[in-house]
Write a protein that binds this ligand. Sequence first.
Ligand SMILES: *Cc1c(COP(=O)(O)O)cnc(C)c1O
Length: 396
Amino acid sequence: MNQKNFQTSLIHAPRKAPQYIDTVQPPLFRASTIIFKDTNALFNRHWTDEYDYSYGTHGTPTTFTLGDNIAQIEGGKYCLLAPSGLSAINLVNSCFLRHGDEVWVADNIYGPNMEHLRNLETRYGIIVKVYNPIDADTFQPSQNTKLIWLEAAGSVTLEFPDLINLVKKAKEKNILTALDNTWGAGLAFNAFDFSNEHLSVDISVHALTKYPSGGGDILMGSVVTQNPKLHHELFRMHAIQGIAISGDDAAQVQRSLASMQIRYQHQAQTALKILTWLKTQDIFAQVLHPADSDNISHQYWKETCQTEQSAGLVSVIFKPEYDIQAIRKFCDHLQLFKLGFSWGGPVSLVMLYQLNQMRQLKHSHLQNGILVRFCIGLEDAEDLIQDIQYALNSLI
Ligand SMILES: *Cc1c(COP(=O)(O)O)cnc(C)c1O
């Protein structure tokens, strides 16, 4: 072709795809358009196949690489990525629930999942039932039960569910099992092969926003499965709903995976040190952590999780004489712990919850009082304990 005009040459500048170059991190592709080599490639595209590059929403080598890594970490085979943990949850609900279907959720389920399901209930006639995660007898499926949501452990009151019996009960009735695996992150236990009986959930959803990102700055979610049929259904729904993530975000999360286990273990160990200290303070009616041998769900944690694998969350319930004003004062006096949602990042976070407004069932194991959740970051344990001590002093 002839010499191009300047404006055209800016766009069609010479570029060369590398034949071979090796780097520590995989290359980053940013794409909406993916350029077909010729019409043959265009007409032979298979966007419903996994590794077909046809358009940005269907994936690039960057997003597929991250998905493969997440699937591997969690012990599954296939992975779909979504722009947040909640949108990954939504993908599962909208893929498998139809009018008249019943879905069971644990009473301590991630709040926005419950809200999402209640919305489906009013709009689309899906029936939402609530069970107590530490009492498998309260899960009473009917003919119409399609799906059960599990969460191990629940992210505020931190009960570890009777995962073994709940999953067994669901399998007997051919009910799909979906686990919100954010707390375990694929590290505390293998959701696709746990207990001596090699049990497996069908679907694992993970807020990659937490430990995989590890930075407190990226939002992302994943849906991992082992069964190709389930994956295919999810894959189609993912595609037709236009769920897509940015290549830049995928590359950021990919980069953090190498340190994820080390961060997780460090935060888990710091949380255990803080737990031990919190238990010596008599201002609290209860300290909640599933690895604590006094915890009501300790046995369930122990039969499922690897030793010491217990994430970086610990909650306390203040004695009832400490009202909301006192708890706000406590939170406002913390200096290292920042007030904010989420967890898994470098900075320790604190959040307060009024439990009586959050639960639908009665839970005799939870004391009255305001709950404060500590999400442990990467700071030193002693400094964090001092920070809590200082803020507690403001109440005396
Ligand atoms: C944070 C979180 C989610 C949602 O993730 P986002 O990326 O914030 O939407 C889902 N489940 C649990 C248990 C979480 O902690």
